[in-house]
Every structure is written in C-alpha cells, then in structure tokens.
Design a protein around this ligand. Sequence first.
Ligand SMILES: Cc1cc2nc3c(=O)[nH]c(=O)nc-3n(C[C@H](O)[C@H](O)[C@H](O)COP(=O)(O)OP(=O)(O)OC[C@H]3O[C@@H](n4cnc5c(N)ncnc54)[C@H](O)[C@@H]3O)c2cc1C
Length: 312
Amino acid sequence: MTAEAREVYDTVIVGGGPAGLGAALYLGRSCRRVALVDSGDARNMAAGVMHNVVTNDGVTIADYRARARAELSRYTVEFLDDEVTRVAPEGERIVTTTRGAGTLTSRTVIYAAGVRSRLPEVPGLAELWGKGVFECPYCHAYEVRGGSFGVYGGSVPGECLAATLTAWTSSITYLSDGRRLPEEERGRLDAAGVPVVADAVLGVAAHPDGVEVKLGDGRSLALTALFLHLETEPRVAPLRPWLTAEDLASVQTDERGRTSLPRLYVAGDLGRTMQQAAMAAASGGLAAMSVNADLVREDRPGALFDLPPAAH
Ligand SMILES: Cc1cc2nc3c(=O)[nH]c(=O)nc-3n(C[C@H](O)[C@H](O)[C@H](O)COP(=O)(O)OP(=O)(O)OC[C@H]3O[C@@H](n4cnc5c(N)ncnc54)[C@H](O)[C@@H]3O)c2cc1C
C-alpha cells in the first residue's frame, strides 16, 4: 500500500444515526477503511427511545448508539465525535472538514446527516416535543392508545394522519388553528369520523394526563397526546455551495443512495427513504453496498457490470 493510499479513507460517513451506523457496519464488514463523524444530536433525541426496531423495540437512543459503536469496534471504522463543516470534491477525492479534527480525505462520502423537524411556532410546543407532542403514530401512538388525541395543522395529505390514528383510538380532534379546510380535506376527516375545532391554537402546556391545548375562545382541550403534521429540513449546510437542500432531493439517482455527483452517496432521512430508524439503517446498508461495488469497479475496470445511466 502506498503512503497516499494509507492516508485516504475509502469512505467518510457524515452522521452516526441509524443510517450512518448501518453504512459503517456494511463497509467495515467489507474490509473498507471508514471514518464516521457524528455531532451527536439526532433528530429523535427528544423522544429518548426508539420503537419498531426489531429485537430492540423501545431501546434508548443512547444504548442503541453505544451498542452499535461497540459492534463496529471489531472493524476498520474510526469514530470522530465532531461536526462536519464542509464536504467538497477535490479531483478524485472528497475532502471533509471538521470543526475539531481538521480535514479527512476519502474516495467516497456517504452523507447521512438526517433532517430537522420544523415545529410550528406554537408556544409550549417545543418543550413537549417527544413527550406528549409527536409526529409519527407508528413510533408513539401505542403507548397512548385509547386516549384523546389531537391532530394539529398543516394540510391533510394523501395519507391522512387523523384517519391513520383511528387505529389507536376513536377519540380524535382535528385542530385547524383558524385555517379554512378545503372541501377535500373536510371530506377525509368526515369519513374518518374526526370532528374539527376551528379556533386559533394559542399555546400548549403539560397536563397531568398529557397535553393541554389553549384555544382562542378561552376554552382548553385536555389531550393524551397531540400529533403534528410537520415539514422537515435536510441538514445540508456542509455541502453548500456544492449542493443545496433543493439539489439534494434531485441528485439521488437510485434507491441505493447513489447521486449524480461523483463519489457522493446519501442515506437515511435526508434521502428518499421513509423516515424511520429501521429504514434509515437499511438505506445506509444499501448506500454502503453501492460504495463497495463502485470502488471495485474503479479498482478493477471491467470486473463488474457497468451502471445504467443516471435516471436524470
Ligand atoms: C421525536 C421523534 C421520535 C422518533 N421515534 C422513532 C421511533 O420510535 N422509531 C423509528 O423508527 N423512528 C423514529 N423517528 C424517526 C427516526 O428518528 C429517524 O427516521 C432516524 O433517526 C433517521 O436516521 P438518520 O441516521 O437518517 O438520521 P439521525 O438519526 O437524525 O442521525 C443523523 C446524525 O447526523 C449527525 N449530524 C448532522 N449533521 C452533522 C454534521 N454536520 N457533522 C457531523 N454529524 C452530523 C447528527 O448529530 C445525528 O447524530 C422519530 C423521529 C422523531 C423526530
């Protein structure tokens, strides 16, 4: 091995959530040299635990991450508790700059930095996020099944959150916060048997049974849990100006994390994956397999089938 090759990682993984850890496991087991950089503030940290993780349902996030790292210590995976500030191509390499450790040079990067949930600006909501105020029914509704649920704001998309929640309770109220509902949305809620409260939502606060919602007409609504329709924001700052959030959605060319940018792969919540931990971990594995195959292609031209041309 040349001195240059020793200094260059096969892959730098940005993000040590389920996606980054999944990618690291596949690449470590592919005898690849990997650096995984993680700043330690996962999207779901407020919830403390993760459900729907087979053999680990209800595992604490800290425990999940610690056990993943212990498993990975068997392989050629280095961990850096650090923040990536810049990822940029440099010829046949990618240079990743971190706040603490300086620069890391690699042949490929798997970008798995996740997304941020954009909470509506309702007083008290952020304090109860993950503790009475939730987004995902599959992650949280079982623990509060049979209770009184509220669903707040946003539009009612194809997969209507309020209707979905009828699997866990028959007591659901849709809070439109003064928004006039289009006919189609109102029809979905009617079909689900979900009443609408149209008053402004002034704030939320902790309540002995869950969450208290303060309404514009002076009334309060006591709920076991409040579910939100949310927008999310991909955490792409280190990729700018190479790539913007809008670009990121369009550069992913296949379900295996490849992008139309050379040597950059994406995995997890900020890719095309359904935003769930197990799916994120699986998409990390898929991106890792793409990386490995593409490095074999590069090192042994003609040994693997060529990739089909990018879809766009
Ligand atoms: C409140 C809440 C509860 C949830 N509960 C569940 C659940 O019970 N079950 C379930 O399946 N899903 C749950 N989810 C969804 C789940 O959290 C995500 O689908 C999953 O965490 C996505 O994994 P990821 O690796 O893509 O991103 P993340 O888990 O968000 O990990 C991304 C990592 O990248 C790091 N990072 C970001 N930027 C940088 C940078 N510049 N430099 C270095 N590191 C960086 C972050 O620190 C973070 O550790 C929940 C989500 C929320 C919001």
